[in-house]
Design a protein around this ligand. Sequence first.
Ligand SMILES: C[S@@+](CC[C@H](N)C(=O)[O-])C[C@H]1O[C@@H](n2cnc3c(N)ncnc32)[C@H](O)[C@@H]1O
Length: 236
Amino acid sequence: MIKHKILSAYEEIAEKYNELIDHKPHNAYYDRPNTLELIPEVKGKFILDAACGPGKYAEILISEGATVKGFDISEKMVMLARERNNNEKDFFVHDLSLPLEMFEDRSFDTVICALALHYIEDWNFTIQEFCRVLKPDGSLVISIEHPFFEYNYFHSEKYFEIEHVNCIWNGFGKPVEINSFRRPLSECITPLTDNGFYIDKLVEPKPTKEFEKLDPKHFKELNEFPAFMCIRAIKK
Ligand SMILES: C[S@@+](CC[C@H](N)C(=O)[O-])C[C@H]1O[C@@H](n2cnc3c(N)ncnc32)[C@H](O)[C@@H]1O
């Protein structure tokens, strides 16, 4: 089963991922600065970090004065998020595609879901749940792999379909197979606009200067063509 493969891959790389996450160029100097920029206010706000990984986003948001709850499908990632944030109770194991039954309606000012939605095939239910737990006018901030980048990267010939794809990641100590779902641009936007949100801002990010020092080749490529896309959607 694809979900099981995704979970095993993240369990396998969790510790290395955590070790590298502070300065890994694609995360630290490409995804995070551009995604964090979309969170309207942090101080005093309640934020849900969905698919939190080892809790790096949570660490930053907590340091800026937010109260953060986070979950991830990987138990190891959840343990690392708890350690990183010195917090046992607010990080727990949960699957993005299941109901967020532990949260009441209108609990959060912001839901953030960074680099994780491509692990689920059908976004509709997940987005409905994000909408339910957000306060009125609350914001959903997501980062995803750019649909045009993925179309090229996976040599797709079926742009309009949602396709199961996989590749090998070599950046986490040992090669690991990563399975995910590639989708067209419309399938990144319609699940948001059909399930209670309007799109407030869409960013095709550029890497920061720090990225250039660590990885000049990808810095050049990312300035020519985006690999990620960041979206802020507001609850209608
Ligand atoms: C690329 S990491 C991103 C982690 C974190 N959001 C960040 O940006 O640092 C993707 C995360 O999604 C988690 N994940 C994958 N499928 C999931 C699912 N169905 N439900 C919850 N988490 C999932 C993985 O375990 C992994 O921690």
